[in-house]
Design a binder for this molecule. Structure first.
Ligand code: NAD
Ligand code: IPM
Ligand code: MN
Length: 359
């Protein structure tokens, strides 16, 4: 049966990295006869330019029809002036919310070849294999009321609402625990329950969920300490589960441990395992149009898509092995470049992975 993948390249480096990821996807589709059909759509700034809104109805309809979605990145200075509710990022948030993609998996894995590229000493990151499970459709990102209002004294006030319902916490908890079962069976829940009530409840519900998984160890940590521990002794963690905003921040920090944010893929899953796949990084306007963005996070997101939604672990393994092979060959984009390796651009890196998956 044909499986539909909706490709949303997005903005700035989005289309550049997507071109490489699509090459690789087409190649594994041919090699493993997966029957994947690709469709392209508009999201973010590209959609604003074409239709005036960051998530056109047509894109949402395409997304609902698709088995999986592959996204580049959205946003950038070109749309800084547009009204708040029409920003490119709102399109991304809306598609996550509309499709109920609550479970965001962000694996920070160090390829041994990149130990030198990490900002930490090689011995601190050697063998790093950490999974951040971020809640993606709730918390302060979506809480109402929100806005900017004028107070009686005439000054303006910006406000957001941090809230989590029990069921929202429970479902992300179950996801984290069930994933931990396939790993080292340790879940560390990150909160700020010394200050925020929403996360007092978060901690309580995580404890309740843990009772269903007696074989998995649960620990708790405050988010400020978690940030410190991540750069001090990152290998102590197996699965970290946390809310939307904390997960956003901690995953960028974790990315750097692996050498570059250009290496970190992600999956955003709904309750049935349908999902959207994207690199954790943004549209990198500072390097767009120069052919030097690292396409590996997007290529590795294709591997996650094959594994989690399209049910082809073999094709996923092939892509991950191919990435390892090109790193063995010494190829490096500027963000992971170090002495003694060969500096390449986006397309050359993509072509090398393509050659390796086609073998
Ligand atoms: P960013 O992740 O785009 O860039 C941060 C830094 O990392 C920059 O120096 C950039 O050059 C570098 N970088 C990022 N991806 C890279 C890659 N593949 N290869 C090499 N270097 C890379 O974050 P930002 O600058 O804060 O945000 C830029 C825009 O992207 C903003 O509009 C933001 O809202 C948006 N954004 C979108 C997403 C997404 O679509 N999922 C994620 C984060 C940020
Ligand atoms: C991410 C991004 C998004 C987020 C923005 C662009 C809305 O930073 O995917 O990590 O904060 O979730
Ligand atoms: Mn982010």
């Amino acid at each position: 049966m044909a499986r539909k993948v909706l490709v949303l390249p997005g903005d700035y480096i989005g289309p550049e990295i997507m071109e490489e990821a699509v090459k690789v996807l087409r190649a594994v589709d041919r090699r493993f006869a997966l029957g994947i059909e690709l469709e392209h759509g508009l999201l973010g700034g590209a959609a604003i330019d074409a239709c005036g809104v960051p998530l056109p109805d047509e894109t949402l309809a395409q997304a609902r029809e698709a088995d999986a979605i592959l996204l580049g990145a959205v946003g950038g200075p070109k749309w800084d002036g547009v009204e708040r509710h029409l920003r490119p990022e709102r399109g991304l948030l809306a598609i996550r919310s509309e499709l109920q993609l609550f479970g965001n998996l962000r694996p920070a894995i160090l390829y041994p070849q990149l130990a030198d590229a990490s900002s930490l000493k090689p011995e601190l990151v050697a063998g790093l294999d950490l999974l951040i499970v971020r809640e993606l459709t709730g918390g302060i990102y979506f809480g109402e009321p929100r806005g900017i209002r004028t107070l009686e004294n005439g000054e303006r006030e910006g406000y957001n609402t941090y809230k989590y319902s029990e069921s929202e916490i429970r479902r992300i908890g179950h996801l984290a625990f069930s994933l931990a079962r396939k790993r080292d069976r340790r879940v560390c829940s990150v909160d700020k329950s010394n200050v925020l009530e929403a996360t007092v409840l978060w901690r309580e519900v995580m404890e309740e969920v843990a009772r269903d998984y007696p074989d998995v160890e649960l620990s708790h940590i405050y988010v400020d300490n978690a940030a410190m521990q991540l750069v001090m002794r990152p290998k102590q963690f197996d699965v970290m589960v946390t809310g939307n905003m904390f997960g956003d921040i901690l995953s960028d920090a974790a990315a750097m441990l692996t050498g570059s944010i250009g290496m970190l893929p992600s999956a955003s899953l709904d309750k049935d395992g349908r999902g959207m796949y994207e690199p954790c990084h943004g549209s990198a306007p500072d390097i767009a149009g120069q052919g030097k963005a690292n396409p590996l996070a997007t290529i590795l997101s294709v591997a996650m898509m094959l594994r989690y939604t399209l049910g082809s672990a073999e094709a996923a393994d092939t892509i991950e092995q191919a990435v390892s092979d090109v790193l063995d060959q010494g190829l490096r984009t500027p963000d992971i470049h170090s002495e003694g390796t060969r500096l390449v651009g986006t397309a050359e890196m993509g072509d090398a992975v393509l050659a390796a998956v086609s073998e």
